[in-house]
Design a protein around this ligand. Structure first.
Ligand SMILES: NC(=O)c1ccc[n+]([C@@H]2O[C@H](COP(=O)([O-])OP(=O)(O)OC[C@H]3O[C@@H](n4cnc5c(N)ncnc54)[C@H](OP(=O)(O)O)[C@@H]3O)[C@@H](O)[C@H]2O)c1
Length: 155
């Protein structure tokens, strides 16, 4: 099963200059608890810009570069064949961005962990194709700076 985890501001902005536009401690803690000891998948740009290593997660980095290597991660050169290979697995693979990976993976995702950041931020990267109408909300928690929702794709 393929799912995704994202934080986005009201205009679907998710990043600026290769990083997150905000620093929301509770959101980072939520990301950690949702992904710990799970399989996570992220684009090379996102992975290379992480402020620190993500421990205790099985990480796949998607890169078009056949020479790309990084410590303690699997590298996948073809995202679409990865998605096709795993979409019907019982094991969950959580797509963790960035924009180009979300866009390509979106049709394959059956579940989502989304933090809706309340304030608008300046961004240069958006999750354009995300549409809340595609999803049923199965869990909702209100935090001071964001609303966290777990979503399941409508049949
Ligand atoms: N708010 C959030 O929750 C969140 C989460 C994650 C990331 N972000 C933000 O998103 C931004 C980064 O997004 P991005 O779109 O620039 O980069 P990205 O999605 O992280 O990485 C793109 C990388 O994946 C490669 N790639 C793309 N499609 C591929 C495919 N089908 N097969 C193999 N490799 C493929 C690209 O190669 P090419 O360059 O050759 O196409 C590039 O190296 C940052 O600002 C980051 O902070 C936000």
């Amino acid at each position: 099963m393929i799912s995704f985890s994202v934080a986005m501001e009201p205009d679907k902005g998710i990043g600026i200059r290769g990083s997150l536009p905000w620093h929301l401690k509770e959101e980072l803690q939520l990301f950690k608890s949702n992904t710990l000891y799970k399989n996570i998948v992220m684009g090379q740009t996102t992975y290379d810009n992480l402020p620190r290593k993500l421990k205790d997660r099985y990480i796949t980095v998607v890169s078009i570069d056949p020479e790309y290597k990084a410590e303690d991660v699997e590298v996948e050169n073809d995202l679409i064949s990865f998605l096709k290979r795993h979409e019907n697995d019982e094991t969950e693979y959580i797509i963790c961005g960035g924009a180009s990976i979300y866009r390509q993976a979106y049709p394959y995702c059956k579940k989502a962990y989304v933090s809706f950041v309340k304030e608008p931020y300046e961004t240069d990267t958006r999750f354009e194709c995300f549409d809340l109408d595609d999803w049923n909300i199965v869990k909702e928690v209100n935090y001071p700076d964001f609303v966290y929702r777990e979503l399941e794709r409508k049949e």
